[in-house]
Design a binder for this molecule. Structure first.
Ligand code: UDP
Length: 562
């Protein structure tokens, strides 16, 4: 069946159920953004023209909202607790619905069981029952519940699952045996899924799929109006919880010399002691009122927490400049409580790395807060800097629809790919050495693997310098790492073509392979396809990296990906 874009979201609101504060927040958001979604669908429909779109039957099981997993979020919606996840789930539901797919939404174990056809009351069903869904979107909590209650079906159907995973899961943590042997074991990883089945909030590592969310969009008239109405001395502090302000007196003091400081910190009856008296605290605002506040403000300022939320994108979309602190040394699961136990080694160099790296100046200023002069100079400069409201395409409704459409139509983790081509058995590599003799390009006359996605002709292979990860190596060349291309590079032939002088070649399980070790001139091939990883580096190795091009403002998709 062909999927048909939907323009009326009222049935989706019914599907989302009711009762919990979290669902109420999500439904309000969906309602508010309806016009924006519908317009985006029209634009995408036009762009895709006659492209066939399969209608999928989709189950969305929001595990963290189930009572069975403790649902610590819902009671905190109105008390300054995290809202980013709810923003994202609301947008995922809207996107799937607008794209025209068949949708079921569950937020309890009972509903999950009844939708899966598992008889209630039984802990787990030992039989494989046919799964009535082509796709299941869930989170780590939901994954655990499905494993417990689906019996043998879980193994059979787990390739249909997509895990919404804010911070990402790197391949080294995902592979159970490898993680256990090499100290990558956490509370979350070890599911042996294809790493692309994990979908993140921001494009952290391309080993996972970038899901994202949307921000409210402005039309030209609104943009002009906002630009004219900005108070150049008004600042809003990022963070709904009072604890964020603790120990920040010095910065607040400096900021207060130049600007009127506003906050949206939740409080019960009296001002939280962490928030100084000179701050105008509005309390936690409903989302539309928060947007209105951002429209008037010049500066949105972060004090280091929360990490990587939606609010800075909303601020920038509403014409604010975002000022944040650089982290030196970077925060990671090795040195920071918040990231501890998360299945990633990613190093976070500022409060919002996406804002820093994908948006940057003039919208985003990342400075060393320990240096008071630098901090003060930034504030002064920001007050006289003119910026236009800006929202990257991938965070618009159209961008999100386009991306999810491409994933749904092209990502297939159920049809097993052949074993990674290796060593002498590898097929003749279809690459030629680029004229500048540093990277490999797909030979124009080579036959394309039909149906492969992303299409292999977008591949550009680079040999990284020692100690550099493939994520960074590709970015260095204006490209993005594409893990699904690793099998094409995992051969002696690829090393040969890159004129790497291998004295010997070995095949092992290591998430940094294929790679070349300078001392000893040894070449290493990857033995376990699940361990192909863009992330990761070691000064011992020069990694062989599969890179590809990407669309401007849509890093998840290559030029020929639609
Ligand atoms: N937000 C809100 N009221 C406020 C402040 C923020 O509704 O007073 C919303 C904001 O619009 C954003 C969401 O909270 O979409 C999550 O923002 P944040 O970046 O703080 O991420 P979190 O830590 O909550 O996941």
């Amino acid at each position: 069946v062909q999927a048909v874009f939907r323009s009326n979201l009222s049935h989706l609101l019914d599907l989302m159920g009711s009762g919990k504060e979290s669902l109420i927040f999500m439904k309000k958001r969906t309602k508010r953004l309806t016009a924006q979604w519908v317009l985006a669908a029209q634009r995408l429909a036009q762009k895709l023209g006659a492209t066939w779109r399969d209608q999928k039957q989709i189950l969305v099981h929001i595990g963290f909202l189930t009572e069975e997993s403790g649902d610590v979020f819902s009671p905190r919606v109105l008390k300054g607790g995290p809202l980013g996840e709810m923003v994202q789930w609301a947008d995922i539901l809207a996107a799937l619905y607008v794209l025209g797919h068949g949708l079921r939404v569950t937020v309890s174990l009972k509903e999950l069981q009844s939708n899966l056809g598992v008889p209630p009351g039984r802990g787990s069903c030992p039989l494989t029952i046919p799964l009535p869904f082509d796709l299941i979107y869930t989170d780590y909590h939901g994954l655990q519940q499905m494993k417990q209650h689906m019996g043998l079906s879980f193994k059979k159907y787990r390739c249909r699952i997509r895990v919404i995973d804010t911070f990402g899961t790197e391949p080294a943590y995902n592979h159970e045996e490898y993680a256990t042997l090499h100290g990558y074991r956490t509370n979350w990883g070890y599911w042996n899924l294809n790493p692309k089945q994990f979908m993140t909030m921001f494009p952290h590592t391309p080993d996972n799929s970038f899901m994202g969310f949307v921000s409210e969009e402005l039309n030209e008239t609104e943009k002009q109006l906002i630009k004219g109405g900005k108070a150049s001395n008004m600042a809003v502090v990022y963070g709904k919880e009072a604890s964020i302000w603790k120990g920040k007196e010095k910065f607040l003091g400096i900021l207060n010399k130049y600007m009127e400081i506003h906050g949206t910190v939740y409080y019960e009856s009296q001002r939280p002691p962490e928030v100084p008296a000179f701050v105008k605290n509005h309390g936690l605002l409903p989302q539309p009122e928060f947007q209105q506040l951002l429209r008037k403000a010049k500066l949105f300022i972060g004090f280091g927490f929360p990490y990587e939320g939606p609010a800075p994108l909303e601020a920038i979309a509403n014409g604010c400049i975002f000022l944040q602190s650089r982290f030196s040394p970077p925060h990671s699961s090795l040195n920071h409580e918040f990231f501890r136990g998360k299945p990633t080694s990613r190093e976070v160099f500022s409060q919002h790395p996406y804002a820093e790296n994908f948006i940057g100046k003039p919208h985003v200023w990342t400075v060393d807060y320990n240096n008071s002069e630098e901090f003060e100079a930034a504030i002064k400069a920001i007050m006289t800097t003119q910026v236009d409201p800006y929202l990257p395409y991938e965070y618009t409704c159209e961008g999100m629809l386009e991306r999810i459409h491409a994933y749904i139509q092209h990502q297939d983790f159920c049809t097993a790919p052949g074993p990674a081509p290796q060593g002498a058995h590898a097929p003749q590599s279809p690459f030629v050495l680029a004229p500048n003799a540093t990277h490999l390009e797909w030979a124009q006359n080579a036959s394309l693997t039909p149906g492969a996605w992303p299409p292999v002709n977008s591949l550009r292979a680079w040999l990284a310098v020692p100690g550099r990860a493939c994520t960074d190596t590709c970015l260095d060349h204006g490209l993005i790492c594409e893990p699904s291309f690793f099998p094409f590079l995992n051969s002696q032939d690829a090393f040969l073509k890159l004129q790497v002088p291998c004295d010997s070649t070995e095949s092992e399980m290591n998430h940094l392979y294929p790679a070349f070790a300078q001392p000893g001139q040894e070449c290493y091939l990857q033995k376990e396809p699940l361990l192909f990883s863009c992330a990761g580096s070691n000064t011992k190795y020069r990694r062989l990296c599969p890179c590809r091009d990407f669309r401007k403002g849509q890093v998840a998709l290559c030029q020929g990906c639609l």
